[in-house]
Design a protein around this ligand. Structure first.
Ligand code: UDP
Ligand code: MG
Length: 327
């Protein structure tokens, strides 16, 4: 997506709300958003993405939208997950600033004006909410601390609360990144890799869930960690997989080859001098060398294949601005 951002926007603020079975919360949420933003005189739109709800969330959205011009909706045919909902919502936004929030009333719309200000006036690319005081069970807050620590360490982004549903973006960010799988936890990481470096954080209010239940279990932490590994790997080596696999492969191959040569040389030397030698296959090092050589060749081949796959993918580079370039 090398498209440049538009110069004018139909609305100042787009609010993207992914939701799964949140019918009870929606009327309160949308009224609250309206109250806050009308008081500030901000023009806005709310994009509600029904991620395959099985309750009557969509009927509620239709009813609310009938009397509120700012409400827009997208309904998935089935549940695709929060990342898919956010990604689809991002594509539909028309605002200069885009905020995301959860539908369950745990995030407060009162934060929106300040988030908007941080993006427009302080020129941040992305502001992530930080639920400094959380109202969640311990079973969730403790693994969350660990998750955030690991993410900070691997990504080098100093945020306290990566997975906060309440975030604000310059529209350039959401129009140029792709959120897939369960990568919604790592949007700041994705944004950073795309070149958006002004990433900040704002302490936000957090409430207990008022209606319904959480949609994520503890497996989120296992998947979350694997996702972090793939996102780090992909962003670093997607365009040059051979650098990763090739390095490891060549290294393993040479270590194995040197050990094998050494063992062979030693064997010859000992027999030349009529000394009794162990048979080569009696030595653990021999098997280590064998495995290292085979693994090395395989890694190299994987790198080669990955390089060819990568050649077929289209290359796209994010253009920030153009000067006297029309095409
Ligand atoms: N959500 C969604 N699709 C899913 C799971 C969750 O759109 O597959 C929405 C959910 O309705 C809520 C937000 O994502 O608006 C955050 O989910 P939840 O409150 O369950 O997460 P938690 O606050 O427990 O982290
Ligand atoms: Mg929640």
């Amino acid at each position: 997506m090398s498209k440049l951002p538009p110069k004018t926007f139909p609305v100042e603020l787009s609010i993207v709300v992914p939701l799964l079975n949140e019918a009870e919360s929606l009327p309160e949420l949308t009224q609250w958003i309206q109250r806050v933003l009308l008081a500030r005189g901000l023009s806005y739109e709310v994009i509600l993405i029904d991620d395959g709800s099985t309750d009557d969330s969509w009927e509620v959205i239709e009813a609310l939208a009938a009397s509120d011009a700012a409400l827009r909706g997208i309904r998935f045919n089935r549940n695709y997950g929060k990342s898919a909902a956010l990604d689809t919502g991002f594509r539909a936004t028309r605002g200069r600033v885009v905020c995301t929030m959860d539908a369950d009333l745990q995030d407060s719309p009162e934060e929106l004006p300040e988030l908007y200000r941080l993006i427009t006036e302080e020129k941040y690319d992305l502001i992530s909410g930080w639920k400094k005081k959380r109202f969640d069970p311990l079973s969730k807050t403790i693994p969350t601390k660990l998750f955030n620590g690991v993410t900070r360490w691997i990504s080098g982004i100093q945020l306290h609360d990566f997975n906060c549903g309440l975030k604000a973006y310059d529209s350039r960010v959401v129009k140029s990144i792709e959120v897939y799988g369960e990568m919604h936890r790592y949007i700041p990481v994705i944004a950073k890799w795309a070149g958006f470096r002004r990433i900040g954080e704002k302490v936000v209010q957090h409430q207990e869930r008022k209606y319904g239940v959480t949609k994520f279990g503890l497996e989120r932490f296992v998947y979350g960690f694997l996702d972090l590994l793939s996102i780090t790997f992909v962003s670093r080596f997607r365009r040059r997989p051979m650098h990763f696999f090739g390095t490891m492969g060549v290294l393993a191959f040479f270590i194995g080859a040197i050990i094998a040569l050494w063992l062979t040389g030693e064997k010859f030397w000992l027999s030349m001098h009529n000394l009794r030698a162990r048979s080569v296959t009696d030595q653990p090092l021999f098997f280590f060398a064998l495995v290292a050589v085979i693994v090395g060749v395989q890694l190299f081949l994987v790198g080669f294949l990955a390089e060819m796959v990568q050649l077929n993918g289209h290359r796209e580079y994010l253009v920030r601005e153009k000067l006297k370039i029309e095409n």
